[in-house]
Write a protein that binds this ligand. Sequence first.
Ligand SMILES: [Zn+2]
Length: 163
Amino acid sequence: MHHKSNILFFVDAMLGNVARKLRLLGYDSKYFADITDEDLINAAKEENRIIISRDEALVKKSQKIGMRPIFITKDDEMEQFYEILDHVDLDVFQINGNTARCPKCNSTTEHIDRTSIKDMVPKNVYEKNEKFWKCKRCNKLYWEGTHIKNLQKFAGEINERLR
Ligand SMILES: [Zn+2]
């Protein structure tokens, strides 16, 4: 299925949970815990990223210069994703280790040979998982048990809404 990887996001400092999930779902999502409104707006504009924010002042500032940010008003994570889906036409969410981005740094990940990381993960993790991925930038390792399976239920519920 086609993945709309051309949609880029810039997530505000209050929504780290949303940024991490979008990254795992394969969406390029910038996030900084410490950034001024001005810097965020300027960078988002320059890189043509959709701002996702809980901060009404930031949302209004960006609207004033013609941007179309997504204003998050809900506390519940699922509801927050529904608010995003009300504004952007994302495909059915796919949980796929090959398109997932690193939740820590937003870089793409690459599939790596299982045997090459044998000594780098706990024995039970190595034995229980077939597939492993490595972040191309920060080298963090991921495997199905952590970043794929945990997301499946969440994505399933979101997909119910998309269908
Ligand atoms: Zn990384």
